[in-house]
Design a protein around this ligand. Structure first.
Ligand code: UTP
Length: 299
């Protein structure tokens, strides 16, 4: 722990995107509320922030997505019904959701990109380091939650941190790829980032949906020139931080699921269900049966 550093107390969760990859479900339901087994992705994320000692969550929302804020409110009628049926543990679990964090929501009036979404939080965050977790990005790590790993890295290095994850070399063209020098087995000093490299990727370490950033990133975001469709890219502001030698990447432990993508969402559901003994027992034989049917050509 570097005692000269300000503590990371706030987490920005951009969740104002249109979710076009998940239509028609996302026509009226925010993808961030789609359940992983029975728990919305957004609740998993707020829980992750809480485990990292973060007290304030700043949710970036959009028109038609106010149910995300409702999810973290009290639900007295439902609680009363559960209590009257003797389901006290269930009632307490429901109540605990509203105690998970102090939640502030800010509207992003137009989906003008991730950088623009993060910039909406400038007034609430001010000049202090803060975490960012994308509202559709799940890290499953029993050992240490994803964002806590990044906060640890920030406390060790005093620099902005982006989460990195190894991806197959043939898939590097789908991601922002980090280039730089490894300082230790998991930490890279980032010199530059290459967005979706078509050839010669500098590494197979992709930037994924978690960051710890200094408050001055907001100034850089204001300087970023809008790109295609008026979008303001977070990557451009990160490149400015990297150019001054103040950005590292941390190769996260755990598995990552992009819950905004249909295949990633399905994988997350199976992975989380298989961790639950009451579901695993029925699920495993069923999966085997399904695979056998597919292999026989019966599906
Ligand atoms: P994505 O690119 O995965 O979200 O952004 P999207 O635009 O909703 O996805 P598709 O491609 O249309 O399906 C990652 C996260 O950043 C948020 C999204 O809500 C998501 O949680 N985001 C993205 C914003 O908050 N604002 C934006 O302008 C863009």
């Amino acid at each position: 722990m570097n005692y000269g550093l300000k503590k990371v107390r706030k987490c920005v969760v951009p969740a104002a995107g249109l979710g076009t990859r998940f239509l028609p479900a996302t026509k009226s339901v925010p993808k961030e509320l789609l359940p992983i087994v029975d728990t919305p992705t957004l609740q998993l994320i707020v829980g992750e922030a809480k485990h990292a000692g973060i007290e304030d969550v700043i949710l970036i929302t959009a028109r038609g997505k106010s149910s995300m804020v409702d999810h973290f409110d009290l639900s007295p009628e439902l609680e009363e019904v559960l209590a009257s049926r003797g389901k006290v543990a269930e009632r307490d679990a429901l109540r605990a959701i509203s105690m998970m964090a102090r939640l502030v929501s800010i509207r992003q009036h137009e989906p003008l990109g991730l950088g623009h979404a993060v910039l909406q939080a400038a007034g609430v965050v001010g000049d202090e380091p803060f975490a960012v977790i994308l509202g559709d990005d799940i890290i499953d790590c029993d050992e240490r939650p994803g964002i806590a790993q990044l906060v640890d890295c920030y406390e060790r290095t005093g620099k902005g941190v982006v989460a990195l994850m190894e991806v197959p070399w043939e898939e590097t063209s789908k991601y922002g790829i980090a280039a730089g020098t490894m300082i230790d087995e998991r930490t890279m000093r980032i010199d530059r980032m290459v967005e979706k490299p078509k050839k010669d990727p500098p590494s197979n370490l992709a930037v994924i949906g978690r960051y710890v950033l200094p408050g001055r990133i907001f100034g850089y975001l204001r300087d970023v020139k809008p790109g295609v469709g008026g979008e303001i890219q977070l990557t451009d502001a990160l490149a400015m931080l990297a150019a001054e030698g103040n950005l590292v990447g941390y190769r996260l432990r755990g598995r990552r699921y992009d819950a905004g993508d249909r295949l990633g969402y399905l994988k997350a559901n199976f992975a989380f269900a298989l961790k639950r003994p009451e579901l695993r027992e029925g699920l495993i034989p069923w999966i085997k049966e399904m695979i056998a049917e597919v292999e026989r050509g019966a599906r």
